[in-house]
Ligand binder design. Sequence first.
Ligand code: SF4
Length: 872
Amino acid sequence: MTGSVRSTCAYCGVGCGVLLTPDGLGGLEVKGDPDHPANRGRLCGKGAALGETVGLEGRLLSPRVDGRDTHWDSALNLVAKRFSDAIAMHGPDAVAFYLSGQMLTEDYYVANKLMKGFIGSANVDTNSRLCMASTVAGHRRAFGTDTVPGTYEDLEEADLVVLVGSNLAWCHPVLYQRLSAAKVARPAMRVVVIDPRRTATCDIADMHLPIAPGADVALFNRLFTAIYEGGALDKDYLAHTDGFDAALRAAYADKGDTGLDAAAVEAFCALWLRTGKVVTVFSQGVNQSSSGTDKVNAILNCHLATGRIGKPGMGPFSVTGQPNAMGGREVGGLANMLACHMELENAEHRQAVRTFWEAPTVPSAPGLKATEMFDAVERGEIRALWIIHTNPAVTLPEADRVRAAIAGCDFVVVSDVTDATDTARLAHVLLPATAWAEKDGTVTNSDRTISRQRAALTPPGQARPDWWHLAEVGKRMGWTRAFDYAGPAEIFREHAALSGIAGRFGLDFDISGLADLSDSAYASMAPARWPVTAARQGGRFFADGAFYTLDGRARLVPVISRAPAAPLTDARPFRLNTGRVRDQWHTMTRSGTSPRLSRHLAEPYLEIHPIDATRLGLRPAELAEVESNAGRAVLRALVTDQVAPGQVFAPMHWTGETAPTGRIDAVVASVTDPVSGQPESKAAAVAVSRWPAAWYGFAATSSKPAPRAPYWAAACSQGGWRLELAGTNTVEDWQTEARVLFGLPDAACLDMSDVRRGVHRLAFLDGDRVVAALFVAPEPVAVSRDWLAGALGGESAGILAGRPAGDRPDPGPIVCSCLNVGVNTILSAVESGTAMSVEAVGAALGAGTSCGSCRPEIAALIARVHAWEAAE
Ligand code: SF4
């Protein structure tokens, strides 16, 4: 395949357009698509590094049954038979699909049709349940439908953007870049960040409200009463709504503590009231809560009461985590939804879908939501489970229990691009799927724009698209005609035609204007925001006061704040927040293969306030143990005042493959929002203690290591691997231990050990070239990790120093992944006075001038130097 291909980034819900140029050798050059409305050519670090993630190392290239490669026919026949047998013996609810927001809409559509229309169960749920199910539930309660009213342009046109529970700078970087640029262009624009942590997003905030975990309802109820008292109600718009009085009574009755200064709350309310054009952006900090749906409705109440919705620069705006979480919502990928925003509980909708699909049945009751599904697996009620492109053994709360439940299931199928995930290792059948750059279909981003994902690379081995896996099993289960698809264009047309029926019911998700696309028109389809009908394309919703409830009026929902479900106790006094890092994605099966991305934060960590760290005797870079009644994790201590005392934060990305004790969701209890079923991933009650390491180690190696230390975390590097290690027991013979670690029984070894001090430095050679090195000390090892990783393959002279010679500067940990600029380089430019602003650092070093994702970190480094100077 040659020439440039227009496609969509594989990562977050911003949905940036990319231009992919194959190099003819299996690689890709990736650039931002200047014509895509989401990004206009911009990309963040993750998007820019996509080309580094398309290699075939670790790819699953053929179907596998019980660990042995096999042919497609035998694998698919087995899947069909085991699902059919389970259904025949135990009924349709004895099987389940667990899907992913990584899947394309066409894949999702076929999965949903197979489960809900033909198997006859609604047991199909998705990892989007962990991401934005509370938004779906909140939208449906208020609007009668799950619709994001506005567009990305609203963030740029607003005079006030309020970011609630959203670290936009790291999690939706290009949208953050658009917001930053708008603020530079219009300095009067105000940005407020509401987040317990001081995140990178606060770099552009005029006001940061470090709210108590879970207190968003209390704050927005306070705003709601201020709107009432301040005369900011839009009485004409309220005529299109119901529930104002009850919502107001609830707001006054809410005595929840926001954890904020009263003056700060008053200032926020006053700013909100006097600024007409307000957009409230919310994300996982709102959704991942045992009161997530109420939080969403508390926000929507304020916008509905003021009529600030669906107009340029005004409205509530949910940003989704995954590239196609929205597409999954549209096809009914959640257990409590039917296709095209039709409702399982509505008999007319069910009949219409059943007739359209010519299906034997459509269930009337919702299926099992994600955590319920794995509880049912644990109880043995789910006899056959198909998991597609997701890693529930890592990402679901109480992940160790979920991992054991999957291991105990009668029959587990996993469709994925690799067998090296915690979940894939538990599968009876592995089905090789096409990877991002080989896929063909559509995705929908956070502002309802449907974009094409186009294949730029030929699928390797026997990899096949997910829709094909599902359709082939459907045919083998006896439904040949219903699943006899020629390709994604035919599936898309069917989905679009079904949406026309939804439109005739008066529902909003209607893309029937695309139902007659020819194959070639589908191939060249430009991004389009739904709805797409003969009468309408795109635009905003709800400015006219027309809603999708039975009476056409919106609902203001009375809500009262609740504390997080797990109370803090003397034994577990810390509130654990979890989230994402800038340069990694989910469980790192793709982003973790990019050496560039792995250089930013290469190890799982725990942010903890200096006061708490001192009290616990925990020094920076030592290891901390985090424990709850669900499980435990061991993480590197990152002592920082970005978290408040009593709170800790840990990223969600590390797995049994990359850091077995870093699986933070093993610690998160399985508590869910009663309406949405979304787990409370950001407010576990935990104990934190110093992990009693007897030694710490750092290793760099050109071949995959085999660590057996009780603590390890591995990351890929240019030409090899880098590894953090620690243990609680003394190791007698470090050279023998290192030979096992590196798989180098006979290699020549340079050994510089001081046994008395417990310091060991070893390098292994192939000829005069270094192939591995290990540094051990009783305290966290102080070596230049990037330099050592880069020294592999070079001459051995000076390697045991662990850092470059004095005449060569050590760049330090990487801040700018795009241009490879490290912390030390930036600090010395700032300290020398060469660069005193983010722009000046960019001009001097290039850092922050490509994707811009690191600009908040550069700003923080500059601020750190200013603070040092002020203290001198
Ligand atoms: Fe991809 Fe970054 Fe755009 Fe998200 S913001 S879609 S990760 S390029």
